[in-house]
Design a protein around this ligand. Structure first.
Ligand code: SAH
Ligand code: SF4
Length: 411
């Protein structure tokens, strides 16, 4: 439509605020940011303000914007993304507010133009939506049912990425392990990895997220056998106690999770394993929380993404009794963070003196250690070197490490 980009919100003709609905904190920040646009709109009354994404796919949020944020001209949910130019034209020509957030199970839209940030790493969606209905989670309500892109469409995009010089491709889905179950084709996720692996070129394949309930031995074997597949697995466990896992509707127990970790490590002894954990799920007791701690000590994750439970309107967990205070949950969260940080620090210390093949992916903006890189397993490495190295695989020796990162020298 002839638009360009600006970082200056007072100059913009159109402002698009993209949103997430997974936790309340992000939603509050969105509302704060949208409220702040009152100033820009006052200075430039013809400015069009759009809010899109999962947050506005929730009815109560659309209502809130309708009533309390009159500066917003256009609201559209994830299912309407492909209609953005049409909706924008509607606002421009009809001079009225447009709300496009109909309830929908979603479709797969191909051929939408993509603008990627960066030239080294790329995200590649292989499926949309989620069928799992974990009781705390809003995603299935705002993203619709699981639908897979056709293997040939994914492969065509992957080939384009490799031809354009991308070196690190992350296959994306809420639960990549159920890839293809909704298609007529026989291709499952492990087969898809193999097909991407067969594309000629020097690049890495990563993926997320893998749901433990259907991660298979075939997947681990495929990861081990495909030379381009990173030995990196993000396997969210959420909690270490069986009663909580059941109340979360996760469809696995502690035992099954631990068995899977063991199996994955048998196939890939150098596997980098990360996870997500929710602290303070409604009714989680001290003893139950202790089982999350003991699971983390047992597995020793390379990194953990930890969250305090956030109540989501319309999910089953939102109506479960939740007797524990925010302070109690915060205490548990702090303890878990300490354990996670200690283990990450110890894991990183063990890299010191080793040689790693890394992909140099960007600049840090700092003088000493001006480059950032990732190991095959996805751990962050800070290096010193020329900017020309960006986009190259190099061997480095690891000289230092802390909780957050490794430090190294190009060999
Ligand atoms: N599909 C992925 C996760 C998507 S959401 C999976 O199943 O693993 C990313 C993470 O956010 C989840 O793994 C969970 O740990 C966290 N999360 C989701 N809903 C949450 C909520 N209501 N409160 C706190 N954390 C939540
Ligand atoms: Fe949410 Fe569970 Fe689906 Fe992940 S698998 S998106 S946590 S419902």
């Amino acid at each position: 439509m002839g638009y360009g980009f600006t970082q200056n919100e007072f100059e913009a003709d159109v402002i698009v605020v993209n949103t997430c609905a997974v936790r309340e904190h992000a939603e509050m920040r969105v509302l704060g940011n949208v409220g702040a646009l009152n100033h820009t709109k006052k200075a430039k009354p013809e400015q069009i303000i759009a809010v899109c994404g999962c947050m506005v796919q929730q009815e109560h949020m659309t209502e809130k914007i309708k009533k309390s944020y009159p500066i917003v001209d256009l609201v559209f949910g994830p299912h309407e993304l492909w209609r953005f130019p049409e909706l924008l034209l509607d606002v421009m020509t009809r001079h009225k507010r447009v709300f496009a957030t109909a309830r929908d199970d979603g479709a797969v839209t191909e051929g939408i133009p993509l603008r990627r940030d960066g030239k080294v790493k790329a995200w590649l969606s292989i499926m949309y939506g989620c069928n799992n209905f974990c009781t705390y989670c809003i995603v299935p309500y705002v993203r619709g049912r699981e639908r897979s892109r056709l293997p040939e469409d994914i492969l065509a995009e992957a080939r384009q990425l490799v031809a354009a010089g991308y070196k690190d491709i992350t296959l994306l889905g809420q639960n990549v392990n159920s890839y293809g179950k909704d298609l007529d084709s026989e291709t499952d996720f492990a087969d898809l990895i193999r097909m991407v692996n067969d594309i000629p070129g020097d690049f890495l394949i990563r993926f997320m997220t893998s749901h433990p309930k259907d991660a298979t031995e075939k997947l681990f074997r495929t990861m081990a056998e495909c030379e381009k597949c990173a030995h990196q697995l993000h396997l969210p466990v959420q909690a270490g106690n069986d009663r909580i896992l059941k109340a979360m509707n996760r469809h696995y127990d502690r035992e099954k999770y631990l068995t899977q970790v063991q199996l994955a490590r048998q196939y890939m002894p150098d596997l980098v394993l990360t996870t997500d954990i929710i602290v303070g799920f409604p009714g989680e007791t001290e003893e139950e929380f202790e089982e999350t701690i003991s699971l983390c000590e047992e597995v020793r994750f390379d990194a953990m993404f930890t969250f305090i439970y956030s109540k989501r309107v319309g999910t089953p967990a939102a109506s479960m009794p939740d007797p524990f205070t925010r302070e109690e949950k915060q205490k548990h969260f702090d303890r878990l963070t300490e354990v996670a940080n200690r283990i990450s620090g110890e894991k990183h210390a063990a890299y010191i003196g080793t040689h790693q093949r890394v992909l140099i992916d960007g600049e840090t903006g700092r003088d000493e250690y001006n480059l950032s890189a990732r190991t095959n397993g996805g751990r962050l490495v800070h290096l010193k070197g020329e900017a020309e190295l960006i986009g190259q695989f190099r061997n480095v020796v690891i000289t230092g490490g802390n909780t957050w990162a490794l430090y190294g020298e190009v060999e």
